[in-house]
Ligand binder design. Structure first.
Ligand code: PLP
Length: 367
């Protein structure tokens, strides 16, 4: 037990969820496209001003698996600086892939390395990860994809409150790429407790995935997909998500205030992730780069001894993990993985606690 924990989920109040659960019992519809899922879909379109297609799934790993599987690509380029699910879902979908390095200050997929590898590996899919909520360089990726006839999927698991400002107007991150995949896990900014959402531009692809998540059954209940699966979001999960969506903007404001406090207090001591131009991050996780002379693992140990829980995120880098069996060199990824520490950030935290985290970290850095 720590004085300041790394992450404590803040899920919707029971009182708010209850009215949806009562309706669920009254109507006797618990899953399979019930009224709450329907309501959630409409609210998502409104809230994120998205006029493509949205498919909800039981979690954010299934969303990735299904999108990869049905996008019809063979060879993906993907960063190793990500959560294992980004890669595991490629394995489940049977898609070959190569790892790509990251940008040294933005920590999202490197455009230079993509350019170099796209021909060499005859890639037809770019997987961008909006790492910690920081949007990828979506414009450059779109150009590269167009020139090389590639599709683009964003693993946007931690990026539900991320935007890119165009012509003075914030555009939700789901508007970029062919598909964006979000997680609604209890620890994320928007929670279905477990859940995922796919934003899909192509209507036919969306219809196919929507059918696939219910065993691939057609209207006559005949399976049309060998890779059909059960990946439906239940009415219970949808109830949490609807209530969570109502609080999303308020919660994000509180989160940004805590992040600003971190910036103010730590800016002269550590390096923050540089945001992509004109972009707004969700700051799902607050990860900072320690000075070169610091031993990151020792720092985590010292923080823990001081009662503050910290983590290593996206670590080890996935090209170094035996089960993925890829032996390649990604110098920037390796450097960033070795020097970053993720600090406590959640909506139960006070600014006073942020101050304590910062003072403790600074004391250890300067010792
Ligand atoms: C980048 C990334 N991709 C995928 C996932 C998987 O999402 P889920 O936990 O909803 O399956 C996560 C979860 O944290 C993630 O951070």
């Amino acid at each position: 037990v720590y004085d300041i924990e790394f992450l404590i989920p803040k899920v919707p109040k029971f009182f708010n969820v209850k009215k949806y659960l009562v309706r669920m019992y009254n109507k006797n519809i618990f899953t399979n496209n019930g009224p709450t899922l329907d309501e959630l879909e409409k609210k998502f379109h409104d809230c994120f001003a998205y006029n493509g297609n949205i498919v909800f799934c039981a979690n954010g790993t299934l969303t990735l698996m299904l999108a990869y599987k049905f996008m019809g690509c063979k060879k993906a380029l993907v960063p190793a600086f990500t959560f294992p699910a980004t890669i595991q879902a490629l394995h489940w979908a049977g898609i070959d892939y190569e790892f790509v390095d990251i940008h040294p200050t933005k920590w999202t997929i490197s455009i230079e390395d993509l350019e170099e590898k796209i021909h060499k590996h005859k890639a037809d899919l770019i997987v961008g990860v909006h790492s910690f909520g920081n949007p990828c360089n979506v414009q450059s990726i779109a150009q590269l994809a167009a020139i090389n006839n590639c599709k683009v999927i964003y693993d946007a698991a931690p990026a539900i409150s991320s935007f890119i400002t165009e012509n003075g107007k914030p555009n939700h991150i789901s508007n970029y790429g062919d598909v964006s995949s979000f997680s609604m896990h209890a620890t994320k900014a928007l929670q279905a407790i477990e859940g995922g959402a796919l934003f899909i531009k192509d209507k036919d692809l969306a219809a196919r995935i929507k059918r696939a998540i219910n065993f691939g059954l057609d209207d006559d209940r005949v399976p049309q997909e060998a890779f059909g699966i059960n990946a439906k979001l239940s009415e219970i999960q949808a109830s949490f998500a609807v209530c969570s969506l109502e609080r999303l903007a308020y919660n994000q404001k509180d989160r940004i205030e805590l992040v600003q406090e971190y910036y103010t207090l730590l800016k002269d001591h550590v390096t923050f992730q540089e945001l992509e131009e004109n972009s707004i991050s969700t700051y799902q996780v607050l990860t900072v780069l320690l000075p070169k002379d610091q031993d990151r693992d020792l720092m985590i140990e010292l923080m823990h001894q001081s009662g503050i829980q910290c983590r290593k995120y996206y670590n080890p880098p996935l090209h170094k993990v035996a089960c993925f069996n890829k032996d390649c060199s990604l110098p920037v990824t390796e450097e960033i993985c070795n020097r970053t520490i993720s600090l406590p950030l959640h909506l139960w935290m006070t600014k006073q606690e942020v101050k304590k985290v910062c003072e403790t970290l600074i004391a250890h850095v300067e010792a």
